[in-house]
Design a protein around this ligand. Sequence first.
Ligand SMILES: [Zn+2]
Length: 266
Amino acid sequence: MLSVLFFIIIFSAMLGSFANVCIYRIPLEKSIVMPFSFCPLCKNTIKFYDNIPLVSFFLLKGRCRFCKGKISYVYPLVELIMAVGGGWLYLIYGLSISFFIGLIFLWILTVISVIDYYHQIIPDELSFLLIGLGLIFSFFNPFLEGFLDIFFNGKHSILWARLSSSFLGFLLGGGVLYLIAVMGEIIFKREVMGGGDVKLIAGLGAFLGIEKIFDVLFLACLGGTVIGGMLRITGRNKKWQPIPFGPFLCASAIFFLDNKLNIWYF
Ligand SMILES: [Zn+2]
């Protein structure tokens, strides 16, 4: 059990390394497979022994071996998020389908969050990946269970319940956010919500289902309002300066990867 947990944490940290490659390359529209990782400053190829998740950053004291240029702390942070997240999912679900679905979900959301934070864009290929996988996985996605119970009192196919929860989460999650975006533009005469956020929440809905998607939205709005308000009060942000909403959506969606958590009765 403990050795499996250890292996899971290392494996997840390696997924974090791959997330870093995607975070750096997808916005530049470069291949995520080739070439090997290189230093963005001096372009030297990073040796395999300098590419150990988390460990290498500290051994190299956060600097490139060749040019001594500073490596962003975001790299080990992403690896840490994946390592901790992977271990957390294993402790909740063990080695089960829920665990693997949760891990893939966590990985995509981590990549989206960091890209949105730095570039204020959510690449379409990532949103579409989320929507596609969410709908395909829905057949055996245990996060979607329970839906339809109130209508049919358990006398229905569990597959049908999962698929409809996923599809309605995709449709209504995306639909409601699209309405907010359109109305916001009419009322405030400016873009209050990007098209990227609409596609992202459609994907979150496909993964987490109709029951959870509005909880995700509520928690993300709460987080965005609190953090945005703090940035405004401390003078770090000007009025109307947009803050990326993607990381808030992703963080609250990750929160709900623990199926037992419920914001309404803590
Ligand atoms: Zn370098």
